[in-house]
Design a protein around this ligand. Structure first.
Ligand SMILES: [Zn+2]
Length: 225
């Protein structure tokens, strides 16, 4: 890994990020500290950024390349996967379906100005109110995951563009996703989670400078060094 990073830094190597990480993770699958170290390093990356006086951002994996999501923070969350899977299934499916459509109608009605400033057309917004569905290419995201302590309360929801931002937040090789994937139900542990900015109902939101930026893959790979 260090050798790969050295070559990447010197611009002597191009790697297929997905292929490389897939292979790399296979060689690390029996190392229990590897993933928790990666979570700690991602938290340090964020903390150092703030110490240098830079605005918050989350560094996330996306199969087309690493992104910085400006306005996001990376939070240490003491995560516990819900033991009651029936309850989780209810919240994830039946309850969320109803709440999502009510929330979409509500923001389309009451926060149309913010949606317009973020780039939605009046037609998009009218359709949200009419159908209770997110605009094409958008999805409703839980700020705090339902599978942890998150709920379907309105203030836990944010409208996110699927590509690249929402997919990047749930990026397969994000240290947090990797940690959660390995946890059994009822187990807890510290997870580095990308958290959306609290002062927006939609991401990206160009009016607030909340946009995603492609980053050098080496920045992300350093998390696993
Ligand atoms: Zn989501």
């Amino acid at each position: 890994m260090s050798e790969v990073l050295r070559l990447l830094r010197e611009n002597k190597l191009r790697v297929n990020l997905k292929g490389f990480l897939g292979h790399f993770f296979k060689t690390k699958s029996d190392d229990p500290t590897f993933i928790s170290n990666a979570n700690e390093k991602l938290l340090s990356w964020h903390a150092e950024r703030l110490e240098r006086g830079l605005p918050p951002a989350a560094l996330v994996y996306h199969r087309t390349g690493v992104r910085a999501l400006h306005g996001f923070t990376v939070e240490r969350v003491s995560y516990m996967r819900k033991l009651d899977r029936q309850q989780y299934k209810f919240e994830r499916e039946k309850e969320f379906k109803a709440v999502r459509s009510a929330w979409i109608r509500e923001i389309g009605t009451k926060q149309a100005t913010e949606l317009e400033a973020a780039g939605f057309s009046q037609v998009d917004i009218a359709r949200m109110v009419e159908t209770g569905k997110p605009p094409l290419g958008y999805e409703v995201h839980h700020r705090m995951p339902l599978d942890d302590g998150g709920t379907n309360a309105y203030d836990n929801l944010i409208l996110m563009r699927n590509d690249v931002e929402h997919r990047a937040v749930h990026g397969y090789y994000n240290p947090g996703e990797q940690r959660i994937k390995r946890m059994s139900y009822g187990e807890d542990g510290d997870v580095a989670l990308p958290m959306p900015p609290v002062d927006t109902i939609v991401y990206p939101n160009i009016a607030k400078g909340y946009i995603s930026e492609p980053m050098a893959n080496v920045k992300f790979l350093e998390i696993f060094e």
